[in-house]
Design a protein around this ligand. Structure first.
Ligand code: CTP
Length: 396
């Protein structure tokens, strides 16, 4: 139907980019990116005559997003040639044809289109040998300035390489390394880099990508002062390969914070502050990192065994702190720490402060806190839930 609307308006209409790539790879992809040779905003308005959709226009990009009630979203853009006023800036946009539109894209595998107008419905458009690269497993930039115009493509190249088990083509790798060496990553807003990093962290094999970062010289540019030595490599490996299942909610941010803690384990305060600014980390991140480092040192010195011992030693129970600590432990400590995490997640007290006041006549004050703490530790160490009252009586 998209093609029919396009034809009605006399606009050649295509589906492009990741969708076409994934179609040829037999992978599902619900990112529907449409490109029209014509005004995308008029296209979206015409589409609205037939479907009850919400439209959000991105006027400066000559593009619209169409939202359907069932959650489906289709992005429509005007075929465009971009010109970049300066490296790493967002592009200016001009009307153009599909060929130019595809040429400005990042890699050949992402630069195919399928025509949607009825006359030529389903025709694959491949100007740049994309299909061949897809078959051979090659990530290839379409032109020499690709990385300079948009340095986040450095991270994208590595992401696609790891995701599909492809390889960055030799010349493209040279262009990539040049871009990195010449500090173009510095020109990109931290948030955009963080978004790209997050996408990598959500892939099934982030470890391989991070190692690739390190061999391509990306780590020290993204995180100045970080030396990706064996110790850090080991901790990153441990985190990604043996992420304990017990740490509960692991959102995007938590994974990012964990990685930052691991990478910045040995960095100076100034370096940590620099990264806080650059990547918009929480203001108290340095304090949290210091606490976590101290926790790690204490654990390795005092070798706790019981869950309650861990519990008393570790101040913050945030996912990133627990993940960080896990990544720093040696193998012997793993079992007891995992046990602690399991208990931490599964333990909830049956009685509360109100109960203590009502049943035992205790007054508001520090004593209640103290009893509940002691009780919680006992529960972590195995006290059954039915014995909570017995424990309190004993305590009093
Ligand atoms: N694109 C680009 N340069 C970028 C980002 C995107 O040329 N820095 C183009 C590519 O053609 C890409 C399309 O825009 O296919 C859509 O981008 P995006 O949705 O970010 O990526 P996908 O290729 O769809 O990848 P994913 O499957 O990870 O969503």
């Amino acid at each position: 139907f998209l093609g029919a609307v396009g034809s009605e308006l006399g606009m050649p209409t295509y589906i492009v980019g990741g969708f076409v790539r994934d179609l040829l790879l037999n992978k599902t992809n619900f990112d529907l990116d449409i490109v029209v040779e014509g005004n995308a905003n008029s296209f979206a308005s015409a589409f609205k005559n037939y479907f009850d959709i919400k439209i959000v226009e991105h006027k400066e990009f000559l593009a619209s997003s169409m939202f359907f009630h069932d959650g489906l979203r289709i992005d429509v853009a005007t075929a465009r040639t971009e010109f970049y006023k300066r490296p790493a800036a967002l592009p200016e946009v001009d009307m153009s044809t599909i060929k130019k539109d595809l040429y400005r894209r990042d890699f050949s595998i992402n630069a195919m289109a399928v025509k949607l107008n009825q006359e030529e419905f389903g025709m694959l458009i491949d100007f740049f040998g994309s299909r061949n690269d897809l078959a051979r497993g090659t990530i290839r930039a379409l032109h020499p300035l690709s990385f300079i115009e948009d340095p986040t493509r450095v991270l994208r190249a590595i992401r696609f390489e790891q995701r599909f088990g492809f390889e960055i083509e030799v010349r493209t790798a040279e262009l990539l390394k040049n871009c990195v060496r010449e500090d173009y990553l510095d020109k990109v807003a931290g948030q955009r880099l963080r978004d790209e990093l997050n996408k990598i962290l959500l892939e099934p094999q982030p470890l391989k990508a991070i190692r690739r970062f390190s061999t391509l010289g990306v780590i020290e540019k993204l995180f100045p002062g970080v030396v990706f030595d064996r110790q850090i490599d080991f901790a990153v490996e441990k985190y990604f390969l043996r992420r304990p299942r017990n740490i509960g909610y692991i959102g995007e941010d938590r994974v990012f914070y964990t990685l930052m803690m691991i990478l910045l384990r040995y960095s100076s305060n100034e370096q940590v502050q620099w990264n806080i600014q650059r990547y918009g980390l929480p203001r108290n991140f340095l304090e949290r990192l210091k606490d976590a480092r101290e926790n790690a040192d204490n654990i390795s010195r005092e070798s706790p065994e019981r869950p309650s011992e861990y519990h008393r030693m570790i101040k913050s129970k945030k996912a990133e702190t627990l993940n960080f600590l896990n990544s720093q432990l040696d193998d012997e400590r793993d079992r007891s720490f995992e046990e602690y995490l399991k208990r931490l997640k599964g333990t909830k007290l049956a009685i509360d402060g109100e109960h203590l006041k009502r049943v035992y006549g205790l007054k508001e004050g520090p004593e209640i806190r103290e009893i509940l703490d002691a009780l919680y530790c006992a529960r972590l160490d195995g006290l059954e839930i039915e014995k909570e009252d017995g424990f309190v009586k004993n305590f009093l």
